[in-house]
Design a binder for this molecule. Structure first.
Ligand SMILES: NC(=O)c1ccc[n+]([C@@H]2O[C@H](COP(=O)([O-])OP(=O)(O)OC[C@H]3O[C@@H](n4cnc5c(N)ncnc54)[C@H](OP(=O)(O)O)[C@@H]3O)[C@@H](O)[C@H]2O)c1
Length: 330
């Protein structure tokens, strides 16, 4: 049997991806063979497909770190043909082991998770790492005492996949969310998914001082860099910033003053857990769960497999809104 996959190669000193046709035996080994139905596109995937940065660490390799589909064959007693499953995240899948962007995926059984009751194959990857990471950040805000009555919550990179779900989840819990975006034309979208207010990327802080006007009780930061410094300088006393992204930069410069004079906390969020190792935030997003996003179908949308490379290019060059989910052929 032959099938199509997007594969990243390292040739002539550069990384680049192309669509290939290959056989099952060309896939990395694993106990579970899955016929792919949907695969998500996040920031890291777009970089991998476009050959930007250092996401893929073995060549050639099929990128993509989130897929759902039906088990086509299994030598593991844990899964049977026809089971609806998902594989997401971890340190290998789509990085050192062939990933999501193939019509078939073959992985160790330990990486495979059943789709939670009430979710379908689309929703499992539409939410995926994006909503899960945001849900973990929201759990941290709550754990550290940031309840809706404490004040405004800022969310940066607001139109991105992760941040869109952060806004949706927070608004569903009764928080007043201020969405910071570089896409002012998307204000209506941001309000439709739950933002109470929309501001520009430069409007987080009112000035350049180490401590500026106290504005935010909490913040969820998807971008790092200078916006993260601006958030820290404008947090209220005992405010909490949950940071998980680097779209604006991997490093940032700040001062000690928000921490020692306002007792601000900066919490790093890692949501890159395989489904089998996920905490409660994953099931809290299933139907009936208190962290369930209410606007998944406004945030996530389908694209065709043939559109994947152009979509990744656009995401890297000019950004896109929300979260694309690739409808795999067949
Ligand atoms: N820690 C973890 O476990 C984890 C898990 C998932 C994702 N992440 C990270 O979280 C971040 C967001 O991921 P995603 O998949 O949601 O990406 P995404 O959909 O591309 O969203 C990123 C958003 O950041 C903003 N942005 C892009 N470039 C920027 C720049 N130069 N300066 C300021 N803002 C910029 C844009 O929003 P606006 O135009 O609205 O400002 C963009 O939509 C990425 O850095 C990703 O690697 C981390």
């Amino acid at each position: 049997m032959r099938f199509r996959a997007v594969k990243v190669f390292h040739e002539d000193g550069r990384r680049a991806s192309r669509m290939v046709t290959q056989g099952i035996d060309d896939l990395d080994p694993g106990e579970v063979l899955i016929k792919s139905k949907y695969a998500a596109v996040n920031f890291k995937d777009a970089r991998a497909v476009c050959g930007v940065g250092n996401v893929v660490k073995r060549f050639p390799c099929i990128p993509g770190v989130e897929v759902s589909g039906a088990v086509a064959a299994s030598t593991s007693p844990a899964f049977r043909e026809g089971d609806m499953v998902t594989v997401q995240g971890g340190q290998e899948f789509g990085i050192r082991h062939d990933g999501a962007y193939g019509e078939y995926v073959r992985v160790p059984a330990a990486w495979v998770g059943r789709i939670p009751a009430g979710m379908d194959a689309f929703e499992a990857v539409a939410l995926g790492l994006a909503a899960y990471t945001s849900a973990v950040a929201v759990e941290e805000l709550i754990r550290l005492g940031i309840t809706p009555d404490k004040g405004l919550i800022a969310v940066t990179g607001a139109t991105g996949g992760c941040s869109s779900f952060a806004i949706d989840i927070l608004a569903g819990l009764g928080y007043r969310v201020v969405a910071s975006t570089g896409k002012p034309g998307e204000a209506d979208y941001l309000k439709a998914i739950g933002a109470a207010q929309v501001i520009g990327r430069d409007a987080i802080a009112t000035g350049p001082k180490p401590l500026e006007e106290q504005r935010w009780a909490g913040a969820i930061d998807a971008v790092g860099g200078a916006p993260l410094d601006a958030l820290l300088r404008t947090m209220k006393k005992r405010g909490v910033v949950c940071a998980f992204g680097n779209a604006a930069g991997e490093t940032f410069t700040t001062s000690i003053y928000p921490f020692i004079l306002r007792s601000v906390s900066l919490v790093g969020i890692n949501g890159n857990h395989p489904v089998s190792a996920r905490g409660a935030a994953w099931t809290r997003m299933a139907p009936g769960g208190d962290l369930r996003p209410r606007h998944t179908h406004k945030i996530a949308y389908e694209i065709a497999f043939d559109e994947l490379q152009a979509h990744c290019d656009k995401l890297i060059r000019s950004g896109v809104r929300g979260r694309a989910v690739v409808r795999m052929p067949g």
